[in-house]
Structure formats: C-alpha cells, structure tokens
Design a protein around this ligand. Structure first.
Ligand SMILES: [Zn+2]
Ligand SMILES: [Zn+2]
Length: 137
C-alpha cells in the first residue's frame, strides 16, 4: 500500500496516518465484530501501535475476547464509526478497520478469520485463506 496510509471517520473528527506496511490484512467474521459494525464482518489491517498517529480522540469499549484477554474497540465518539481495535492477546498492535481508509482500493484482504461464525447469508471468497477461529489455532 502507498505510504502513508490515511483514514478518517464518517464525520471527520478522528483521522489517522500509518507510516508502515500492514503486517496482515483480513476479514473477521466473529460475532463481536458483527455487533460492533452492524455488518457481516470487520475488514482489518494490523500495524504496530507505534506506526499509527491518531488525530482526535476515539472512545474505547472493552470486552473479553476468545483468549480471555480484553479486546479494546475504538470508535469516533461523535459519529460512531468503527476505527481501531486493540486485542490485548496480540500485543502492541492495532487492528485498523479498513472501511475508514481513504484509499480503499489498495486494501487487499488475505484471509477470513472466525469463519465458523460467518453470517449464513454472507458468501466467503474461497480464494482467501480460511481460519475457523484465530489463525494461530
Ligand atoms: Zn466521526
Ligand atoms: Zn472479530
């Protein structure tokens, strides 16, 4: 992807800039991401927290993930756009919600994760790697 990678929420109050290639990109079909987005899945890219400069303040909501450790989910407090995730289980990394990217065409998901939770009406691209839960499992 062309650097820096930039994105913004629906209202523009929260923006970010990423100065590193994503470590991974994928689509999360877990129930929590479905609830968070109100949609079939959450398209994410993962970057070190140190590679992302945030402008504006996100509000964080935390709940336990499958590992038992908390997953922090960051959204714009004004418009509610889903923007960032910080699963404690994966260390100092952000998962960035791809729907807020300015250049959406350059996003290329590599995998489905939590495919076992996929919505029955959502067809999964068979060209991508598929993990029933997290890739490490
Ligand atoms: Zn906003
Ligand atoms: Zn998820």
């Amino acid at each position: 992807m062309a650097l820096p990678i930039t994105g913004r929420c629906l209202c523009g109050q929260v923006t970010y800039e990423i100065n590193q290639e994503p470590l991974a990109m994928g689509l999360c079909h877990c129930h929590s991401c479905q609830k968070e987005t109100g949609s079939a899945y959450l398209p994410w890219l993962v970057v070190p927290t140190s590679a992302l400069q945030l402008q504006g303040t996100v509000k964080w909501y935390s709940s336990p993930g499958a590992s038992g450790k908390d997953v922090h989910r960051g959204f714009c407090p004004n418009c509610g756009s889903t923007m960032l995730g910080r699963p404690e289980a994966i260390g100092e990394l952000y998962s960035v919600a791809a729907g807020c990217l300015d250049d959406r065409a350059s996003y290329q998901p590599q995998m489905h994760i939590w495919a076992e939770d996929a919505a029955p009406w959502c067809s999964l691209d068979a060209a991508l790697a598929r993990f029933e839960q997290n890739p490490s499992e």
